[in-house]
Design a protein around this ligand. Sequence first.
Ligand code: UTP
Length: 416
Amino acid sequence: MGENRDVETLLKKYNQEHIIQFINKLDNGKKVDLINQIQNIDFNQLTELYENTKRKVEIKENKIESIQYLDKSKLTYEEKEQFDKIGERVIKNGQYAVVTMAGGQGTRLGHDGPKGTFKLDVYGKGKYIFEILTENLKEANKKYGVIIPWYIMTSKENHEATKSFLEKNNYFGYNKNNVILFKQGELPLLDLNGKLLVGKDYRVKEASDGNGGVFSSLRSTGMIADMKERGIKWIFIGGVDNVLAKLADTILLGMTIDKDLQIGSKSVVKANPHERVGVFCKMNKHPKVIEYTELPKKMAEEVDSNGELRYGESNIACHLFSIDAIDKISKEVLIYHTAVKKNSYINEEGKEIIPDEPNAYKFEAFIFDAFDLFDNMAVLRVKREDEFAPVKNKEGVDSPKTAKELYEKFWNRQKS
Ligand code: UTP
């Protein structure tokens, strides 16, 4: 009873009284569950996150400069040889691991299940996204004579589904001991009035805290320790949804090491000066991915002496970090961004509402905000048609249809 009252006080204090009636309706088991969950919410942090949604992003006086990059297709034979050699050595020595971030909700795709379990309609029979990623890793293993440890970040929401899918498919032939699943952290969702949402299971709706949550969860779940124990020195971190991602690219690895840097990342050239993508730059002397909304129009259109966009290197979420960089970042707090997403919930009558429009704030840290903690990073420009086929939306751009076309065209080119 006492616990009940404490929770009521807490909910009232933070304007979340609507939850009280749900608590009162529940039988004992579920009631305890919900109370426990509420007691673990950091309401101060949540209040601050909600207040931030009302604030206009202030664009401070920032010094924005372009960042140097190398174009993979324009490397000299010697450069390519050198990078390859350095990268190969790391992989062959068993010092390389891959992290796939698969904790997202995939709301835009609307697939029933984790995004990696989506079957892309390629070559008639189709292939699951996880299957495509596995094939890529297996090919690297064969080439370098190793088994690359593959860490998959899931969310509380999709962990079990991801695990049972991979088990059912026998990890697509990957050595099971080298596929390690770990869960990322979560934050509650808030409706547009700052109220907590309750789901069908009578729990407060929470969602993963963004792909930037990868660093702290690698630490808290013991993955950094596991990597160190295995002697891992370099880690590629990418999203689950790029079916053309090269998971073991010796050029990116060799280039980053050769330049004595701790982070590397790939870019593709912006389709046009006003494409709505984040681009690499330096801000206040530190590397950064700047959102299109933050890049002044004049800068977005600026070209260099070769006629190339000065701020044209867009981020494709193919990142490389040294283990020391991950160790360092995992102890820092990254800022949270707000996204408005569609999330179902139950109303006061207990009826499930499935919204047609985005109805809830989701708070997410972004992986690239970590770049700012370093003085420099390596940026490797790659060809969009060779390395970037994202599956984001149900239809239109970056959809299964466009990804299928890009995937098949790429593999047909390799065959011919
Ligand atoms: P996106 O930002 O594209 O989000 O994630 P999403 O969840 O896949 O899709 P929408 O926006 O709901 O439609 C980019 C990558 O980061 C991962 C995703 O799984 C994807 O690989 N991610 C995103 C996480 O691992 N955790 C998160 O909390 C968010």
